[in-house]
Ligand binder design. Structure first.
Ligand code: FES
Ligand code: FES
Length: 155
């Protein structure tokens, strides 16, 4: 049975029809049409599906969409200011933190959540914050450098 609901994503209200078992990643991608959020393992292992719910990073593949009603959901599309990339997004490009790009939306969301809480993290804190995000391409060093660069640019 479907439930009519409204999800608030990146400051916009989206009317959706949700099954009780619809995961948040499926609602974001299939019902709302924001495909920046990726679905990899579908089992809370890879972090590709990371979004923020009320400022907290969450794996949207194992979060029911119905649970997100009334919360502020932020996806990777919400990090840029229109066509203008955030400092963090630019730093990923500048530092070579993007290769195939599949992990990048989740990495950006986790890093963004970290920098909201801690504007000047150590590299160890960055690596800890990104511990739930897997990358098969970069070896993580350039991603950590990108987050450190973005942090330095903002403090
Ligand atoms: S798709 Fe959600 S953690 Fe991998
Ligand atoms: S850039 Fe390819 S998985 Fe991270």
């Amino acid at each position: 049975m479907k439930h009519a609901a409204t999800l608030t994503v990146n400051g916009m209200a989206y009317p959706v029809e949700l099954e009780g078992d619809t995961t948040l990643v499926r609602a974001i991608r299939d019902d709302i049409g924001l495909t920046g959020t990726k679905e990899g393992c579908d089992d809370c292992e890879c972090g590709a599906c990371m979004v923020m719910i009320d400022g907290r990073p969450v794996n949207s593949c194992t979060y029911l969409a119905l649970q997100a009603i009334g919360s502020e959901i932020t996806t990777v599309e919400g990090l840029a200011d229109g066509e203008t990339l955030s400092n963090l997004q630019s730093a990923f490009l500048d530092q070579g933190g993007v290769q195939c790009g599949f992990c990048t939306p989740g990495m950006l969301v986790s890093a963004h959540a970290l920098l909201r809480e801690n504007a000047d993290p150590t590299e160890e804190e960055v690596r800890l914050a990104l511990g739930g995000n897997l990358c098969r391409c970069t070896g993580y060093t350039k991603i950590a450098s990108a987050v450190m660069k973005a942090a330095k640019a903002s403090v």
